[in-house]
Design a protein around this ligand. Structure first.
Ligand SMILES: [Zn+2]
Ligand SMILES: [Zn+2]
Length: 175
């Protein structure tokens, strides 16, 4: 996405707002996630005197599968960008945090792509309480328990069970 700053180029303190959509190139994204295209962005560019400050918000949704149970998961992200653009001169310091202007245009394409990648969650779960798949039989444990699962619960479960049995015995004795 490009923003034309011609109207504030020579106006220190001047600001213009922008909003629009941009398709994000997701090749190179190592996660198995599909970003719904295009992403939405809105924000403002301010002429600070030293350059141009871009502050914006990116909003997008994505689709993937739950890390634990492999069921489809969708999510949405709101993230912010803050970027500096300057008119590069032969004397400008090479600084990665500052971008060059191209004529009267600020090109946000790379900044937006980078921020979308950075803002993706590290983990995807359908639900925080997702119980995932049984590592032995593959049963989705959110749907129903499987027989192998009982073995894992056994230590605590049998303790509880024996307590219940004792109480049960007491009641029997009274009656
Ligand atoms: Zn899940
Ligand atoms: Zn199982």
């Amino acid at each position: 996405m490009k923003v034309d700053i011609g109207s504030i180029r020579d106006v220190r303190g001047g600001s213009i707002s922008f909003n629009g959509n941009q398709a994000v190139d997701t090749s190179g994204l190592e996660l198995d996630v599909e970003i719904n295209q295009p992403v939405a962005i809105n924000g403002a560019v301010t002429n600070t005197g030293d350059g141009f400050l871009v502050q914006g918000e990116i909003i997008y949704t994505y689709r993937t599968n739950c890390d634990r149970c492999l069921e489809p998961v969708t999510g949405s992200v709101n993230t912010e960008i803050t970027e500096q653009f300057v008119v590069f001169t032969p004397f400008s310091d090479a600084d990665d945090s500052v971008h060059g202007l191209q004529g009267d245009e600020i090109d946000l394409t790379d900044c937006i792509r980078e921020q979308v990648f950075l803002s993706l969650p590290m983990k995807f779960t359908c639900n925080e309480a997702c119980r995932g798949l049984c590592p032995q039989c593959g049963q989705n444990l959110n749907m129903k328990d499987c027989n192998c699962r009982k073995e894992e619960f056994n230590p605590q479960f049998s303790k509880l069970k024996s307590l219940l049995n004792q109480e049960g015995g007491g009641t029997d004795g009274k009656s």
